[in-house]
Design a protein around this ligand. Structure first.
Ligand code: GLA
Length: 384
């Protein structure tokens, strides 16, 4: 593959050596269960055929020399001074992973690494998780220890929460770690157990990038999380024993709605209904019911737009255009929101015409150039 050749050539040019290993980890797209992982419910992500690749040359020096090929930048991190995160924001992802692994008592060897990604950055496809997981695989291989993929995913989530400072849930790192070719993944975010689920025969997953990103993304994300926690606190006065919104049935929510301030109630309604949608969606997927599942995707988008308020005009335009096109079962924003991508379940034979028409309609509605591609469900993080 062209990108791997490029990384290989860069290692030779920069450090006079071929890489000892190349690790890769995919991004993800989520089919259903949005803003549910940190509410302990079920999510349905798919690891995609876009990934971060890292080529590594080990050294005996206690440093990480990191080059981000896509950015044309380099950072040098001292392994015994990881408590101070590097100035460059991008270097905090690999740095944070090294920090989390060492904190757990795992050996992290010095290395020189150059990496690049085919996951579009800041587009809701988990480019950060893919960087974290690719480095985690490389550190594991060089360190000579081995952890189950879910454990590695949890350490990468810890790196992102505590080192990068984004209070994300487990879905992205999990999907990047545990992806399966040709399959969606159903994860119970409380039990951390999961199973493979097939996407209905004769359908394809199409990703459409609005190519816009709203700045308020991470503060709004943390605010939504806090509102969900507030809802649990208030509801637990009448529903003792609940630990997360996952534990609240829609009927109980309706009964005790009056306890919640308006915005908190709106956020919580999205979550309790989306938890239910994901359970129904699992059953529909298992029956191969693409049409039924698509309806749930459409409902999810409306809920994210109107109740959770994490959409934006460009995402709404992309979704509205898709939902009117022939062969489209369902369309919705995917990931945290505030720009980025939509996910579409489309009749396999219709993807070409769908993609062209969608891009044209999006351009007409917004004056912007979007990007559309058919995504293959892929394997998780690995050493190549
Ligand atoms: C981001 C976070 C995930 C998840 C989604 C929303 O991708 O990293 O943990 O919360 O948003 O579903």
């Amino acid at each position: 593959m062209e990108l791997i050749d490029k990384l290989d050539a860069r290692c030779r040019e920069r450090w006079g050596q071929a890489p000892a290993l190349v690790a890769c980890a995919p991004g993800r797209v989520n089919l259903l269960g949005e803003h549910i992982d940190y509410n302990a419910g079920f999510v349905l992500p798919v690891a995609i055929d876009r990934a971060t690749y890292v080529a590594v040359v080990p050294t005996d020096e206690p440093t990480l020399t990191l080059e981000a090929l896509d950015l044309g930048e380099e950072a040098v991190l001292a392994l015994n001074d990881l408590e101070h995160p590097p100035a460059q924001a991008w270097a905090r992802y690999p740095g944070g992973v090294a920090w989390a692994l060492r904190e757990r008592g795992l050996e992290v060897r010095g290395l020189r690494a150059v990496y690049a990604s085919t996951v579009p950055r800041a587009a809701g496809l988990s480019s950060s998780a893919s960087v974290e997981m690719a480095f985690a695989m490389a550190f594991q291989q060089l360190g000579g220890w081995s952890l189950p993929p879910m454990e590695l995913a949890l350490l990468c989530q810890r790196a992102e929460n505590k080192y990068v400072g984004v209070n994300c849930g487990i879905m992205d790192q999990f999907a990047s770690a545990c992806g399966q070719a040709g399959q969606a993944l159903l994860l119970d975010c409380r039990a951390l157990t999961w199973e493979k689920v097939s996407v209905p025969a004769g359908t394809a997953i199409v990703i459409a990038n609005t190519c816009v990103r709203r700045e308020l993304g991470s503060s709004a994300y943390n605010e939504r999380r806090a509102q969900c926690e507030e809802a649990v606190r208030l509801l637990s006065t009448r529903l003792p024993g609940i630990r997360a919104l996952r534990d609240v049935a829609v009927s109980d929510f309706e009964r005790h709605l009056g306890l919640l301030p308006e915005k908190v109630a709106q956020r919580a309604r999205h979550v309790v209904e989306e938890c239910e949608r994901t359970q129904v969606g699992e059953a529909l997927l298992k029956q191969g019911d693409a049409a039924g599942f698509g309806v749930l995707m459409n409902e999810c988008h409306a809920s994210l737009r109107d109740l959770y308020e994490v959409s934006c005009p460009e995402l709404d335009a992309m979704v509205a255009a898709a939902q009117q096109l022939p062969g489209c079962y369902g369309a919705r924003l995917t990931g945290a929101g505030f720009g980025g991508c939509t996910v579409n379940l489309v009749e396999a034979g219709a993807t070409g015409a769908f993609g062209e028409a969608l891009a044209a309609r999006y351009a007409k509605a917004t004056g912007l150039q979007g990007e559309v591609y058919v995504c293959q469900a892929s394997a998780g993080a690995r050493i190549l």
